[in-house]
Every structure is written in structure tokens, then in C-alpha cells.
Design a protein around this ligand. Structure first.
Ligand SMILES: [Zn+2]
Length: 469
């Protein structure tokens, strides 16, 4: 009877876990040395929502129709909505297992709010949970069990884009400690064939503290008070991981996975200001410094395109018949997109060197792209630059994030580790691992596959399947 546990670490890059910190982390090191590992290539875009669902459904973001945390409301210039668990319509690993009579524990995998019913399963919602007052578990009574266990201290997330880093630090360590406590409780007390937990704290650590612990970050100051925070946090997690693994049956196959990596941010590129300069976007009045586009006086009747900020830029064209004051005739849209892409490629970085931007069209990138997709997706400088959506800046290049203190961005490589008890796999490195391969691999270990295999992009990883035989 196969039991599989996934330890999901948000935002952990191989450069930190494998290269820099592993020797200080005895529990991770044991899994690594006796198991298989590798870089895990994430999806486009490399963002938490959709990445975990790409991992758990084996399908790309276009097929899921999920392109980030927020989507634009179709036809609206200003309105958006937050993606939630109800937007995930494809079968996840735990849905497929439930269909075969297998039981799962699902702790915090995003987007996991509101918590969805799972036959014979135990589910806790994710960091997007708005409040502890709301129902956040399935079955509903599990909530009380969790709050009782943690003295009411269970937290879903921390406020991380603020300057008060002492508070972030305290809340971060507390949150992760209680998560591991709950994970251990669920692993011990609930019946499961499949266990998965997600920890958002790594992502928050990286966003709030990257410049403090990475000597190669341009803003790193030697001897600062948070210089060792990454070691401290990873070590604290490692201790909890050791306890968690000891609480699991000895024959559990363990995976450690991250949804994408992290790296230092070079800066923000003001996409809407650039659009204005290139004649795509018009204002009726000059925007005040650092104004959200939503609050600026945009002359929509003279605007051809606008953009959204974030790790990547989403570009929307103002199309006749689609947007309320559309100006681009639908027949011209393809030509407009091509011309736009050429211009984006010629953007220089802050010092006049090449920025190496990439432009994607969702339908071409994914084969199929459903849902509220942007017209184009743009990566600035291999994502070293964030897309800054605010306007009214003196320059197109910002040295700080425009939505609050943040010194890291996402990178394309996350981590993969697999450990099979009783088998020494020699710490072998696997190459070419992709995030969409995880779901099919997990199911294969139970001799299962997704109900609807058409449209699954991933393939079971042969070395892992072989190791578990
Ligand atoms: Zn993430």
C-alpha cells in the first residue's frame, strides 16, 4: 500500500536549498542524499497561482484558465477578481485518488479557499483565506480541532510588504511553527494515503528579506541584523520537518517540491508609462507620482493598450466591440500584437544595454487558453525586472517595487526531491523535470491516472516510478 507525502515549499530555488543551505539542514539533507533531486522547471507565468494547480492537475495555465492571483473582469477597464478554489475545474491528484477510494490530507495548497469537499479527506484552505472567522476546512469541524490545537494561533499568511521587518520576522516564524504543528497532527491522527502540505512562509521570507541575506543583491549591507535570517528560517523548518517525517509511517515516499524559485530583483519597469511614451496609452490629465492606473484619468477613447503590473506584465488591447470604448478594430488586433511585440523586444535596460524581454501570446504558448487571459504576456529582462503598473514616475526604471517593499522576484526553477524508504538512490540528479510532470507521477505511484487524460501536459517521471517499484 503506497503512501506518499509532498512537502510543498513556496518559492524555494535550488540555489538556496541545494547549493547554499543543505549542509545545515539534516532532514532535507537525508532526503537529498538518499534520494533523487533536480531543478523543477515551473510554468509560465512562474506564479504561485496557477503553479501549484499546474503541478496537481498536470495541465498548463491556459488549460486551467488561470494566469495569476487576479484576473481582469472581461470588458472592464478597472474591475478584477481574485482567483479562488472554485476556478479550478480540472481534476487534482487528490480528486483522482478519492475517485479510487484513496484518502488524502491537503493542507494549504493554493488556491484552496473556499475549502472544497473531498470524499474521506481532510482539507485546510490556503494563504488566500480571508479570515479565521470563515469556514476554512473540510470537514467543517476540523477548523475547531486546528484552532484548539494551536491555541487559536493558526495563521494563513503574514503581511510582508511593509518596512516593519521585526514584526514580519516574528509572525513568519510563528506561522510556520504552527503550520508544522498542524501538519504533524494531521499526519498522525487522520487516515491518509496521500499527504500534501504547502508552506507560504518561504516566499514571504524571500520577498521581505532577500536583500538582507543575499550578498549578491545590489542593496545587501554586510553585518545587517537580518543577515542570517534565511539560515534561521530554513533550519527552523528543517527541525519541524524532521518531527513531521517521524510522525509518518516508515514506508512513506516523500517528495519536496517548490512551485518556482526566487532571485534578487533588479528593479521595476513602468509598463504603462512606456505605453504612454509609445502612444498606446493617453491620459486626460498628467498623473500624480506613483498613481495606480485605476486612479489615473485615462482617455480611453484614445488608448490602444494598457498593462498590469506584477512579476510579469499582462497587456490588454482596447478592442472595438470588446471593451466599452474600444478603438482597435478586431481585424487589426493580430497586426497590433506583432508590432507591439517588436517594440517590447527593443526596450533597453536602465543602463542602455539590452533588456532581453520576452512576449507570449496565450493561445500560442499554451495551445489552448481559456478564461480571462490577457492579450499578451511580457517578461522584462528574464523576470529580473518586475512590471510596474503605476504611472507618474520620473523614469521608466524603478529601483524599488511600486506596491511596497520587496526585493525578490520569481525565477523559473524550483526544487524537486524524491525519497523512497528502503532504497538508496544515491543522491542522483535528474534533469529536464517539469512542474506538470508531478501530478501524473504521483498518480502513477498508485497505479492511477487522471479521469480525463486528454489535455494532460505532464508525463510520469520514469526514474521516480522505477524507484518506487
Ligand atoms: Zn509561489
Amino acid at each position: 500500500m503506497t503512501k506518499v507525502a509532498v512537502i510543498g515549499l513556496d518559492s524555494v530555488p535550488p540555489s538556496l536549498l541545494f547549493d547554499k543551505l543543505l549542509e545545515r539542514l539534516p532532514n532535507f539533507r537525508r532526503l537529498y542524499q538518499g534520494g533523487l533531486h533536480g531543478d523543477l522547471r515551473t510554468c509560465d507565468p512562474p506564479i504561485t497561482v496557477p503553479a501549484w494547480m499546474v503541478m496537481m492537475t498536470g495541465r498548463n495555465p491556459g488549460k486551467l484558465g488561470i494566469y495569476g492571483f487576479r484576473h481582469r473582469k472581461p470588458g472592464s477597464y478597472k474591475d478584477g477578481y481574485i482567483v479562488n478554489s472554485a476556478h479550478v475545474r480540472e481534476e487534482t491528484v487528490w480528486d483522482a485518488l478519492a475517485r479510487a477510494g484513496k484518502k488524502s490530507v491537503v493542507l494549504g495548497v493554493p488556491p484552496g479557499y473556499p475549502p472544497k469537499p473531498l470524499k474521506d479527506g481532510n482539507v485546510v484552505s490556503c494563504f488566500l483565506t480571508p479570515s479565521k472567522e470563515r469556514p476554512f476546512t473540510y470537514p467543517e469541524e476540523l477548523k475547531k480541532e486546528i484552532l484548539d490545537l494551536t491555541g487559536g494561533r493558526y495563521e494563513f499568511d503574514v503581511t510582508f510588504r511593509t518596512e516593519d521587518r521585526d514584526t514580519i520576522k516574528r509572525e513568519l516564524f510563528d506561522m510556520t511553527r504552527t503550520r508544522l504543528e498542524v501538519a504533524k497532527h494531521l499526519a498522525k491522527r487522520k487516515p491518509w494515503d496521500f499527504f500534501i502540505m504547502h508552506e507560504i512562509g518561504f516566499d514571504r521570507l524571500h520577498h521581505a528579506f532577500w536583500k538582507y541575506f543575499d550578498p549578491s543583491h545590489p542593496k545587501y549591507v554586510k553585518g545587517n541584523k537580518y543577515e542570517h535570517i534565511a539560515e534561521e528560517y530554513y533550519e527552523a523548518f528543517d527541525r519541524g520537518l524532521g518531527e513531521l517525517l517521524r510522525a509518518m509511517p516508515k514506508d512513506t515516499v516523500t517528495f519536496v517540491l517548490s512551485d518556482h524559485g526566487s532571485k534578487g530583483m533588479k528593479g521595476g519597469f513602468c509598463v504603462n508609462q512606456w505605453l504612454e511614451r509609445e502612444g498606446y496609452l493617453r491620459f486626460r490629465a498628467k498623473p500624480a507620482p506613483a498613481t495606480d492606473l485605476d486612479k489615473a484619468d485615462v482617455d480611453w477613447a484614445k488608448t490602444k493598450a494598457w498593462g498590469w503590473g506584477g512579476y510579469y506584465a499582462r497587456i490588454f488591447f482596447n478592442v472595438q466591440g470588446r471593451e466599452p470604448q474600444g478603438v482597435v478594430p478586431p481585424v487589426d488586433l493580430e497586426a497590433e500584437k506583432s508590432a507591439f511585440a517588436k517594440k517590447v523586444m527593443s526596450i533597453k535596460d536602465g543602463e542602455g544595454g539590452p533588456m532581453s524581454n520576452e512576449v507570449f501570446e496565450p493561445d500560442k504558448l499554451y495551445g489552448t487558453a481559456v478564461g480571462d487571459k490577457p492579450d499578451l504576456m511580457v517578461y522584462f529582462g528574464g523576470l529580473d525586472w518586475r512590471s510596474a503598473g503605476t504611472v507618474g514616475h520620473d523614469s521608466l526604471y524603478l529601483s524599488e517595487n511600486d506596491t511596497g517593499p520587496d526585493d525578490s522576484v520569481h525565477s523559473m526553477e524550483g526544487v524537486f526531491m524524491a525519497n523512497v524508504p528502503g532504497k538508496d538512490l544515491g543522491g542522483r540528479e535528474l534533469r529536464g523535470l517539469r512542474i506538470q510532470d508531478i501530478g501524473p507521477t504521483l498518480l502513477k505511484l498508485y497505479g492511477l491516472s487522471y479521469q480525463d487524460e486528454a489535455g494532460v501536459d505532464g508525463n510520469a517521471i520514469p526514474e521516480v516510478v522505477e524507484a518506487c517499484r
